[in-house]
Design a binder for this molecule. Sequence first.
Ligand code: PMP
Length: 449
Amino acid sequence: MTRSYVIKPELGKTYPFISRGKGIYLFDQEGKRYIDGCGGAVTASIGHAVDEVAEAMYAQAKEVSFAYRSHFSSDAVEELGAKLAEWAPGSLNWSFFVSSGSEATETAQKIAIQYWQEKGRPTKNRIISRWMSYHGITMGALSMSGHVLRRKRFVPLLEDYPAITGPYPYRRPEGISLEDYALQCANELETAIKRVGSEQVAAFIAEPIIGASGGAVVPPDGYFQRIREICDQYEVLFIADEVMTGVGRTGKAFGIDHWGVVPDLMTLGKGMSAGYTPMAATIVSDEIIETISKGSGLIMAGHTYSANPQSAAVSLAVLKYVEKHQLIEKSAQQGAYLLSRMEQLAEEIPLIGDTRGLGLLCGMEFVKNKDTKEPFPLSAGVASQVIAKAFEKGLLVYPAIGGLDGVAGDSIILSPPLTITTEEIDELIHILRDAILAVQQELQEKALI
Ligand code: PMP
């Protein structure tokens, strides 16, 4: 083909063409093999080209792919809803299906606001979120996001929502215990609610583990327990954004399960359909649905493709595959191994400031000075260089470059399919090590470290 008519992430850059995938591997049309060390965008969680999913896709397509949700429900949609209710904690029993994580978080935002309207408290309509965070690229989701790079151009158009600092254990103030730090960070929510007035606040939204804007930043124990207490005390709903952390990625069904906390709303995407189809969900508690049922009885959200049988059948096949192959347990085991191998790299290579994660959601932060934790300026593009070098060598890793220039380092995320074996992790680490060492050497040659 001579020219392209497709808008690519980087205009003017040439991208290899994908040809096929199998398990943790992808192959381009030149025959080059890549380890999918990040499941694309933390998405391909059961590996590529799984027969069971292809069969479920075909079987549903032969019957009916699309029927509009205002006209029909379907076996696929009902079974998927039931499965998620079984997996989800507490009374999170009701699923609203959409097609992307951004739609899921915006739907959660709308349902939270509507809940308070139905209770006769329409001024409760603001959402508190965190620096750092990422909840999606559409305007409502971006308003709730603290991803500086993605917000920057649109700030005047975004909702001016209050935001608090999220826990960032690696960069916590010196001398404070993790326990105290957890409470200090959580208590910022109380201060923010008091500042704004609880009559103005509908919900607080957080990723259980910070993803795209931080690089698998795990909060200290006690943080989410205190967040839950504050939300209850001030009548603020808690939305857990599980788009990245849900469906086994962190070694539990959902990220928030690590702390035994039950949110009022939860969002899913990515691993929910493992990349086999666009699919996402907003999962809502009994109390919220009962309140809206008694009120208007209509949820003012939804998209053309919401709850289509085709995507539901595919997502259901993915969830069944996760159960059948015990991939949640595997994520916990293999994640511990991956993290231990990353820690070994960090001992050897000064460029690596921190390694962290839970299950197979792991992060690695690069720093200019390991002793002082001094970050590189964003302009140095160190994580981007590691990503490019790894790509060259046949390994895909995901950027976590939130853009808090000079405040946080830039990071990468490792989140391979949950099916990854120990030998495959060794292979991944081997390539990653080569890539980081090559970048470190280039930085030394340019006297940047
Ligand atoms: N929430 C979180 C936690 C995410 O990581 C993402 C995607 N990186 C989104 C929401 C947005 O999802 P999507 O890109 O599917 O719109």
